[in-house]
Design a protein around this ligand. Structure first.
Ligand code: 13P
Ligand code: SF4
Length: 338
Protein backbone atom coordinates (compact mmCIF):
# COMPACT_ATOMS: atom_id res chain seq x y z
CA UNK A 1 0.00 0.00 0.00
CA UNK A 2 2.68 2.49 1.09
CA UNK A 3 4.82 1.56 -1.94
CA UNK A 4 1.92 2.15 -4.34
CA UNK A 5 1.16 5.48 -2.74
CA UNK A 6 4.77 6.62 -3.03
CA UNK A 7 5.06 5.51 -6.66
CA UNK A 8 2.03 7.66 -7.59
CA UNK A 9 3.43 10.81 -5.91
CA UNK A 10 4.92 12.99 -8.61
CA UNK A 11 3.33 10.92 -11.41
CA UNK A 12 0.86 12.12 -14.08
CA UNK A 13 -2.80 11.62 -13.23
CA UNK A 14 -3.96 11.84 -16.89
CA UNK A 15 -3.77 8.71 -19.05
CA UNK A 16 -1.49 8.88 -22.11
CA UNK A 17 -4.26 9.54 -24.67
CA UNK A 18 -5.86 12.23 -22.51
CA UNK A 19 -2.47 13.87 -21.93
CA UNK A 20 -1.60 13.85 -25.66
CA UNK A 21 -4.93 15.48 -26.60
CA UNK A 22 -4.61 18.13 -23.88
CA UNK A 23 -0.94 18.81 -24.71
CA UNK A 24 -1.74 19.19 -28.44
CA UNK A 25 -4.39 21.79 -27.62
CA UNK A 26 -2.00 23.65 -25.29
CA UNK A 27 0.73 23.68 -27.96
CA UNK A 28 -1.65 24.95 -30.64
CA UNK A 29 -3.02 27.72 -28.40
CA UNK A 30 0.49 28.75 -27.33
CA UNK A 31 1.61 29.01 -30.96
CA UNK A 32 -1.47 31.08 -31.87
CA UNK A 33 -0.71 33.47 -28.99
CA UNK A 34 3.09 33.53 -29.57
CA UNK A 35 3.47 32.37 -25.98
CA UNK A 36 6.35 30.64 -24.25
CA UNK A 37 5.28 28.35 -21.37
CA UNK A 38 7.43 28.35 -18.22
CA UNK A 39 6.79 25.86 -15.39
CA UNK A 40 8.30 25.63 -11.93
CA UNK A 41 9.59 22.26 -10.70
CA UNK A 42 6.64 22.04 -8.24
CA UNK A 43 3.95 22.13 -10.93
CA UNK A 44 1.86 19.02 -11.62
CA UNK A 45 3.66 16.59 -13.98
CA UNK A 46 1.40 17.30 -16.98
CA UNK A 47 2.27 21.01 -16.85
CA UNK A 48 5.99 20.34 -16.35
CA UNK A 49 5.90 18.09 -19.43
CA UNK A 50 4.04 20.47 -21.73
CA UNK A 51 6.12 23.54 -20.80
CA UNK A 52 8.85 24.91 -23.05
CA UNK A 53 11.07 25.40 -20.00
CA UNK A 54 10.83 23.75 -16.56
CA UNK A 55 13.20 24.63 -13.74
CA UNK A 56 13.89 26.53 -10.53
CA UNK A 57 13.10 30.18 -9.82
CA UNK A 58 16.47 31.54 -10.96
CA UNK A 59 16.51 29.59 -14.22
CA UNK A 60 12.93 30.62 -15.07
CA UNK A 61 13.72 34.28 -14.32
CA UNK A 62 16.64 34.11 -16.74
CA UNK A 63 14.49 32.51 -19.44
CA UNK A 64 11.80 35.17 -18.90
CA UNK A 65 14.41 37.92 -19.29
CA UNK A 66 15.69 36.49 -22.59
CA UNK A 67 12.66 35.09 -24.39
CA UNK A 68 11.64 36.49 -27.77
CA UNK A 69 8.01 35.39 -27.42
CA UNK A 70 5.55 38.27 -27.00
CA UNK A 71 3.66 36.43 -24.22
CA UNK A 72 4.94 34.50 -21.20
CA UNK A 73 2.55 31.98 -19.64
CA UNK A 74 3.98 31.48 -16.14
CA UNK A 75 2.91 28.23 -14.49
CA UNK A 76 4.04 28.84 -10.94
CA UNK A 77 3.04 31.16 -8.11
CA UNK A 78 2.26 34.86 -8.38
CA UNK A 79 5.62 36.32 -7.26
CA UNK A 80 7.34 34.28 -10.01
CA UNK A 81 5.04 35.69 -12.71
CA UNK A 82 5.52 39.17 -11.24
CA UNK A 83 9.30 38.72 -11.48
CA UNK A 84 8.90 37.80 -15.16
CA UNK A 85 6.85 40.98 -15.71
CA UNK A 86 9.47 43.10 -13.90
CA UNK A 87 12.17 41.70 -16.20
CA UNK A 88 10.09 41.90 -19.38
CA UNK A 89 7.79 44.91 -18.91
CA UNK A 90 6.84 45.08 -22.59
CA UNK A 91 5.63 41.51 -22.76
CA UNK A 92 2.26 40.14 -21.78
CA UNK A 93 2.67 37.90 -18.73
CA UNK A 94 -0.17 35.49 -17.94
CA UNK A 95 -0.68 33.24 -14.92
CA UNK A 96 -3.42 30.58 -15.03
CA UNK A 97 -4.66 31.56 -11.53
CA UNK A 98 -3.65 34.93 -10.04
CA UNK A 99 -4.72 33.74 -6.57
CA UNK A 100 -1.78 31.30 -6.48
CA UNK A 101 0.18 33.07 -3.74
CA UNK A 102 3.03 32.05 -1.43
CA UNK A 103 2.83 31.81 2.36
CA UNK A 104 6.51 32.75 2.62
CA UNK A 105 6.17 35.90 0.48
CA UNK A 106 3.19 36.89 2.65
CA UNK A 107 5.34 37.06 5.81
CA UNK A 108 6.61 40.57 4.97
CA UNK A 109 5.14 43.58 3.20
CA UNK A 110 6.75 46.82 2.02
CA UNK A 111 5.70 48.77 5.12
CA UNK A 112 7.23 46.20 7.47
CA UNK A 113 10.43 46.25 5.44
CA UNK A 114 10.62 50.06 5.54
CA UNK A 115 10.30 49.92 9.35
CA UNK A 116 13.04 47.24 9.57
CA UNK A 117 15.36 49.29 7.33
CA UNK A 118 14.87 52.33 9.57
CA UNK A 119 16.34 50.29 12.47
CA UNK A 120 19.51 49.50 10.46
CA UNK A 121 20.49 52.51 8.36
CA UNK A 122 23.27 51.65 5.91
CA UNK A 123 22.44 47.90 5.84
CA UNK A 124 22.10 46.16 2.45
CA UNK A 125 18.73 44.45 1.97
CA UNK A 126 18.89 40.98 0.39
CA UNK A 127 15.41 39.76 -0.54
CA UNK A 128 14.70 36.17 -1.50
CA UNK A 129 12.79 36.11 -4.79
CA UNK A 130 9.76 34.75 -2.85
CA UNK A 131 8.58 38.33 -2.12
CA UNK A 132 6.07 40.74 -3.65
CA UNK A 133 7.18 43.32 -6.24
CA UNK A 134 6.62 46.05 -3.62
CA UNK A 135 9.10 44.37 -1.25
CA UNK A 136 11.60 43.86 -4.09
CA UNK A 137 11.31 47.59 -4.83
CA UNK A 138 12.45 48.31 -1.24
CA UNK A 139 15.40 45.89 -1.54
CA UNK A 140 18.96 46.28 -2.85
CA UNK A 141 19.48 42.84 -4.34
CA UNK A 142 17.35 39.71 -4.78
CA UNK A 143 18.48 36.10 -4.57
CA UNK A 144 17.07 32.61 -5.01
CA UNK A 145 17.94 29.42 -3.16
CA UNK A 146 20.48 28.59 -5.89
CA UNK A 147 22.55 31.80 -5.60
CA UNK A 148 21.79 33.20 -2.11
CA UNK A 149 25.29 32.46 -0.75
CA UNK A 150 26.97 34.06 -3.80
CA UNK A 151 24.75 37.13 -3.48
CA UNK A 152 25.74 37.55 0.19
CA UNK A 153 29.43 37.05 -0.68
CA UNK A 154 29.11 39.86 -3.27
CA UNK A 155 28.42 42.38 -0.47
CA UNK A 156 31.45 43.97 1.28
CA UNK A 157 32.22 42.07 4.49
CA UNK A 158 31.94 45.06 6.80
CA UNK A 159 28.42 45.96 5.55
CA UNK A 160 25.44 44.82 7.61
CA UNK A 161 22.85 42.73 5.78
CA UNK A 162 19.10 42.44 6.26
CA UNK A 163 18.13 39.04 4.83
CA UNK A 164 14.46 38.26 4.23
CA UNK A 165 12.03 36.58 4.45
CA UNK A 166 13.08 32.94 5.01
CA UNK A 167 14.75 32.17 8.34
CA UNK A 168 15.96 28.68 7.36
CA UNK A 169 17.54 29.84 4.09
CA UNK A 170 19.03 32.81 6.00
CA UNK A 171 20.54 30.52 8.64
CA UNK A 172 21.94 28.25 5.90
CA UNK A 173 23.51 31.19 4.05
CA UNK A 174 24.98 32.53 7.29
CA UNK A 175 26.51 29.12 7.97
CA UNK A 176 28.11 28.67 4.53
CA UNK A 177 29.38 32.25 4.24
CA UNK A 178 30.48 32.58 7.89
CA UNK A 179 28.85 36.02 7.90
CA UNK A 180 28.12 37.35 11.40
CA UNK A 181 26.60 40.74 10.51
CA UNK A 182 23.40 39.35 8.95
CA UNK A 183 19.98 40.04 10.45
CA UNK A 184 17.37 37.49 9.39
CA UNK A 185 13.61 37.98 9.07
CA UNK A 186 11.70 35.21 10.88
CA UNK A 187 9.53 34.10 7.96
CA UNK A 188 8.99 30.54 6.81
CA UNK A 189 7.23 28.52 4.14
CA UNK A 190 4.54 26.30 5.65
CA UNK A 191 5.38 23.44 3.28
CA UNK A 192 9.11 23.34 3.99
CA UNK A 193 8.84 24.19 7.69
CA UNK A 194 6.63 21.09 7.96
CA UNK A 195 9.46 18.75 6.91
CA UNK A 196 10.78 17.97 10.37
CA UNK A 197 13.89 16.42 11.92
CA UNK A 198 11.63 13.49 12.95
CA UNK A 199 10.70 12.90 9.28
CA UNK A 200 14.41 12.81 8.44
CA UNK A 201 15.33 10.40 11.27
CA UNK A 202 12.49 8.00 10.41
CA UNK A 203 13.13 8.01 6.66
CA UNK A 204 16.90 7.65 7.01
CA UNK A 205 16.38 4.72 9.38
CA UNK A 206 14.11 3.03 6.82
CA UNK A 207 16.48 3.81 3.88
CA UNK A 208 20.01 3.70 5.30
CA UNK A 209 21.76 3.63 1.90
CA UNK A 210 19.91 6.60 0.42
CA UNK A 211 21.48 9.93 -0.54
CA UNK A 212 19.78 12.88 1.20
CA UNK A 213 18.86 16.09 -0.66
CA UNK A 214 17.39 18.98 1.33
CA UNK A 215 16.02 22.34 0.14
CA UNK A 216 17.43 25.19 2.31
CA UNK A 217 13.90 26.46 3.11
CA UNK A 218 13.21 23.24 5.09
CA UNK A 219 12.58 23.26 8.83
CA UNK A 220 14.97 20.32 9.11
CA UNK A 221 18.01 21.98 7.43
CA UNK A 222 19.78 22.94 10.64
CA UNK A 223 19.28 19.56 12.26
CA UNK A 224 20.23 17.72 9.04
CA UNK A 225 23.57 19.52 9.01
CA UNK A 226 24.04 18.92 12.72
CA UNK A 227 23.25 15.20 12.31
CA UNK A 228 25.61 15.01 9.32
CA UNK A 229 28.46 16.65 11.24
CA UNK A 230 27.88 14.43 14.29
CA UNK A 231 27.96 11.28 12.15
CA UNK A 232 24.27 10.36 12.60
CA UNK A 233 23.69 11.05 8.87
CA UNK A 234 26.20 10.26 6.10
CA UNK A 235 27.92 13.64 5.54
CA UNK A 236 29.24 12.68 2.09
CA UNK A 237 25.72 11.75 0.93
CA UNK A 238 23.85 14.75 2.40
CA UNK A 239 23.41 17.93 0.33
CA UNK A 240 21.51 21.21 0.71
CA UNK A 241 20.32 22.26 -2.77
CA UNK A 242 17.83 24.43 -4.68
CA UNK A 243 15.22 22.57 -6.72
CA UNK A 244 17.38 23.04 -9.85
CA UNK A 245 20.42 21.75 -7.96
CA UNK A 246 18.39 18.67 -6.94
CA UNK A 247 17.51 17.86 -10.56
CA UNK A 248 21.19 18.23 -11.52
CA UNK A 249 22.20 15.91 -8.65
CA UNK A 250 19.55 13.41 -9.81
CA UNK A 251 21.14 13.26 -13.27
CA UNK A 252 24.48 12.01 -11.99
CA UNK A 253 23.73 10.04 -8.81
CA UNK A 254 24.48 6.33 -8.73
CA UNK A 255 22.76 5.83 -5.35
CA UNK A 256 20.03 3.17 -5.31
CA UNK A 257 17.70 5.55 -3.42
CA UNK A 258 17.52 9.30 -2.80
CA UNK A 259 15.45 10.93 -0.06
CA UNK A 260 14.16 14.32 -1.18
CA UNK A 261 13.21 17.03 1.32
CA UNK A 262 11.20 19.59 -0.61
CA UNK A 263 7.81 19.96 -2.31
CA UNK A 264 6.84 16.62 -3.89
CA UNK A 265 6.32 18.02 -7.42
CA UNK A 266 10.11 17.89 -7.91
CA UNK A 267 10.05 14.07 -7.92
CA UNK A 268 8.68 14.07 -11.47
CA UNK A 269 11.69 15.94 -12.89
CA UNK A 270 14.12 13.76 -10.92
CA UNK A 271 12.53 10.53 -12.16
CA UNK A 272 12.55 11.86 -15.74
CA UNK A 273 16.31 12.41 -15.73
CA UNK A 274 17.18 9.16 -13.91
CA UNK A 275 15.23 5.89 -14.27
CA UNK A 276 17.68 3.78 -12.27
CA UNK A 277 17.44 5.52 -8.88
CA UNK A 278 14.36 5.52 -6.61
CA UNK A 279 13.49 9.10 -5.57
CA UNK A 280 11.44 9.16 -2.38
CA UNK A 281 9.80 12.09 -0.56
CA UNK A 282 11.14 12.85 2.94
CA UNK A 283 7.54 13.83 3.79
CA UNK A 284 4.85 12.78 1.30
CA UNK A 285 2.48 15.52 2.55
CA UNK A 286 4.85 18.29 1.46
CA UNK A 287 2.61 19.63 -1.30
CA UNK A 288 2.23 23.36 -1.99
CA UNK A 289 -1.47 24.11 -2.40
CA UNK A 290 -0.64 27.38 -4.18
CA UNK A 291 1.48 25.64 -6.84
CA UNK A 292 -1.31 23.08 -7.28
CA UNK A 293 -3.87 25.84 -7.97
CA UNK A 294 -2.40 25.88 -11.49
CA UNK A 295 -4.30 23.06 -13.18
CA UNK A 296 -4.30 21.71 -16.77
CA UNK A 297 -7.81 23.15 -17.31
CA UNK A 298 -6.69 26.62 -16.16
CA UNK A 299 -3.70 26.45 -18.54
CA UNK A 300 -6.11 26.00 -21.45
CA UNK A 301 -8.32 28.86 -20.22
CA UNK A 302 -5.31 31.15 -19.79
CA UNK A 303 -4.15 30.57 -23.36
CA UNK A 304 -7.62 30.67 -24.89
CA UNK A 305 -8.85 33.81 -23.11
CA UNK A 306 -5.57 35.60 -22.35
CA UNK A 307 -6.22 35.34 -18.59
CA UNK A 308 -5.04 36.28 -16.00
CA UNK A 309 -2.76 39.13 -16.95
CA UNK A 310 -0.06 40.05 -14.42
CA UNK A 311 0.63 43.75 -13.97
CA UNK A 312 3.16 45.63 -11.83
CA UNK A 313 2.89 49.41 -11.34
CA UNK A 314 5.64 50.98 -13.49
CA UNK A 315 7.30 52.89 -10.60
CA UNK A 316 7.47 49.73 -8.44
CA UNK A 317 8.66 47.66 -11.41
CA UNK A 318 11.44 50.15 -12.18
CA UNK A 319 12.72 50.06 -8.58
CA UNK A 320 12.38 46.27 -8.29
CA UNK A 321 14.11 45.65 -11.66
CA UNK A 322 17.52 46.79 -10.44
CA UNK A 323 17.55 44.23 -7.59
CA UNK A 324 16.18 41.43 -9.77
CA UNK A 325 18.71 42.12 -12.54
CA UNK A 326 21.56 41.89 -10.02
CA UNK A 327 20.13 38.52 -8.92
CA UNK A 328 20.06 37.00 -12.40
CA UNK A 329 23.64 38.14 -13.05
CA UNK A 330 25.00 36.19 -10.04
CA UNK A 331 25.49 32.41 -9.84
CA UNK A 332 25.35 29.39 -12.11
CA UNK A 333 23.52 30.18 -15.39
CA UNK A 334 22.42 26.55 -16.03
CA UNK A 335 19.02 24.99 -15.20
CA UNK A 336 19.69 25.25 -11.50
CA UNK A 337 22.57 26.23 -9.30
CA UNK A 338 23.65 25.00 -5.88
P1 13P B 1 13.66 27.22 -6.03
O1 13P B 1 14.22 28.56 -6.26
O2 13P B 1 14.67 26.27 -5.43
O3 13P B 1 13.03 26.70 -7.27
O4 13P B 1 12.52 27.29 -4.90
C1 13P B 1 11.40 28.12 -5.05
C2 13P B 1 10.41 27.90 -4.00
O5 13P B 1 9.36 28.49 -3.95
C3 13P B 1 10.75 26.96 -2.95
O6 13P B 1 9.62 26.72 -2.19
FE1 SF4 C 1 5.86 29.56 -1.37
FE2 SF4 C 1 6.42 27.41 0.09
FE3 SF4 C 1 4.81 27.18 -2.01
FE4 SF4 C 1 7.46 27.63 -2.37
S1 SF4 C 1 6.50 25.80 -1.49
S2 SF4 C 1 5.78 28.64 -3.43
S3 SF4 C 1 7.87 28.96 -0.61
S4 SF4 C 1 4.39 28.39 -0.16
Amino acid sequence: MATNLISTIGARTMGDAEYEAWAAEVRALATARDAVILAHNYQVPEIQDVADFTGDSLYLSRVAAQTEASTILFCGVHFMAETAKILSPNKTVLIPDAAAGCSLADTIDAEQLRAWKAEYPGAVVVAYVNTSAAVKAESDICCTSSNAADVVRSIPEDTEILFLPDQFLGAHVQRVTGRNNMHIWLGECHVHAGISPTDVREKVKAHPNADILVHPECGCTTSVLYLASSGELPADRTKILSTGGMVKAAETTTAPEVLVATEIGILHQMRKVNFRTKFLPMNDKASCRFMKMITPAKVIRALREGLEEVTVAPDIAARARASVEKMIAIGNPSKGGE
